[in-house]
Design a protein around this ligand. Structure first.
Ligand code: SAH
Length: 408
């Protein structure tokens, strides 16, 4: 009779785990062992470069030689993953003698333990052991973890900790948001969202979540920010989990740190979940690398919300013009002509390639090509509207070589 396995949660932190073999199967298992704090010893004459990297960073110990019987001494758990049946046999035979559980990759029926498909969410570990159908187990695991993330399994009130979480929503496409950010969003009691945050996700929020749309708060830059600070602090002090949901990353022209200060002053705990920031992600989505080997050793992200020479501007456009690398302009549609002129005056070449990427990751995304000397006019004739990212530099030529005359 074929009995099912007895599930158990092994607490391997600090305990010696022996992995015999250093190939791709070992490579898949080892990070999971590291993640639970195990003292991992890999025995194998060769290992994959990925495993070698873990050895180099001191996360595991590698015994660069064939398996020896004594390797089992002191081990709490053994994984036999060589491509040599005889070696795996010897390892599992010895493990049996030592009464140590042993996983076998080549033939599960000959091992004494099986590796489940594992997922984790908010302190819950999901382990699925199918009847040696790894794909099915992984699919079931995915479903359950997804369900946990979406809060399908009644979030219990006792494990909620009030406070504020700054969540970076990425450039717009909900798929480009982090798993941690998505989780925080779905577990929130109150969500304070900006116009550029991935708004599609707001429709997935549980019905009882209070959604505060910043666009509807009082106008004026500082009044609005003060109101946001007040709202997030007030709800957190009332015991709610508050998510401050923004486009891109909250610390990149997102006033995120002002919110942190406000929370600190009020004694409210704050967590930060970074987001993919648009000056890097939007060019990438449009096929433009912000750096390229042999082309640029720097990229500078600049806010263009004030024109050059404005008394409150903190940007040194002359210095920017003298640098040779990529310039990424944000919030610069309105001042693009003035900024291009300042860069030309400062010495940048008139033929410097420019790409304007509008509505990055949205269905209306488009890329408009110009040069530094035509940028202002192109923005006007193409009727470019915010949000747009303006990429200035030779990387644009790398992405669109046919759009520009060859350099000599
Ligand atoms: N915190 C955000 C930036 C806020 S400032 C981030 O990290 O991305 C707002 C500016 O970001 C816009 O004016 C525009 O220049 C840029 N931006 C944000 N999302 C964009 C998108 N999807 N496409 C093009 N530009 C975008």
């Amino acid at each position: 009779m074929d009995f099912p396995p007895y599930p158990s949660g092994l607490r391997l932190a600090g305990r010696r785990v022996l992995v015999v073999g250093g190939g791709t199967v070992a490579q898949r298992r080892v990070p999971q062992l590291i993640a639970v704090g195990a003292d991992v010893h890999v025995v194998s004459p060769d290992v994959t470069p990925a495993i070698e990297g873990l050895v180099g960073s001191g996360e595991i110990t590698w015994h660069q030689r064939p398996f020896q019987d004594a390797d089992l001494d002191g081990a709490w758990y053994v994984i036999a993953v060589t491509d040599d049946l005889a070696v795996n046999d010897r390892v599992s035979e010895l493990a049996e003698e030592h009464r140590v559980f042993c996983v076998r990759s080549d033939d599960g029926t000959r091992g004494t333990a099986w590796t489940p498909a594992v997922g984790r969410h908010a302190g819950v570990t999901v382990a699925v052991l199918g009847n040696r159908e790894p794909r099915r187990s992984a699919a079931i695991r995915n479903e359950i973890v997804e369900g946990l993330r979406e809060g399908r399994f009644v979030p219990s009130e006792h494990d909620k900790t009030p406070g504020v979480t700054l969540v970076g929503g990425g450039p717009g496409d909900p798929d480009l948001m982090s798993i941690a950010g998505h989780r925080a969003l779905m577990e929130a009691d109150v969500v304070v969202a900006d116009r550029l945050a991935p708004r599609e996700l707001l429709g997935d929020l549980p019905a009882d979540v209070e959604l505060i749309d910043v666009a509807k708060l009082p106008r004026g830059r500082s009044a609005q920010q003060e109101e946001i600070n007040r709202v997030i602090v007030e709800h957190a002090l009332a015991g709610k989990r508050v998510v401050r949901f923004k486009g891109g990353d909250n610390f990149v022209f997102g006033r995120g740190y002002e919110e942190i200060i406000a929370c600190r002053e009020a004694g409210v705990p704050v967590t930060v979940i970074p987001g993919l920031t648009s000056p890097i992600a939007v060019p990438a989505i449009a096929g433009i690398p912000v750096t390229h080997r042999g082309i640029t050793h720097e990229f500078t992200v600049v806010s263009g919300h004030l024109p050059p020479g404005h008394p409150e501007s903190l940007v040194d456009f002359d210095a920017l013009a003298r640098m040779r690398g990529t310039i990424v302009l944000m919030m610069a549609v309105e001042n693009s002509a003035a900024i291009a002129q300042a860069l030309l005056t400062g010495g940048r070449d008139a033929g410097t390639p420019v790409a304007v990427v509008c509505d990055g990751t949205m269905p209306t995304q488009r890329t408009v090509i110009a040069t530094l000397s035509t940028l202002g006019a192109t923005i006007a004739t193409e009727q470019v509207l915010p949000p747009a990212i303006i990429v200035i530099g030779e990387v644009v030529r790398v992405a669109f070589p046919d759009a520009f005359p060859a350099t000599s």
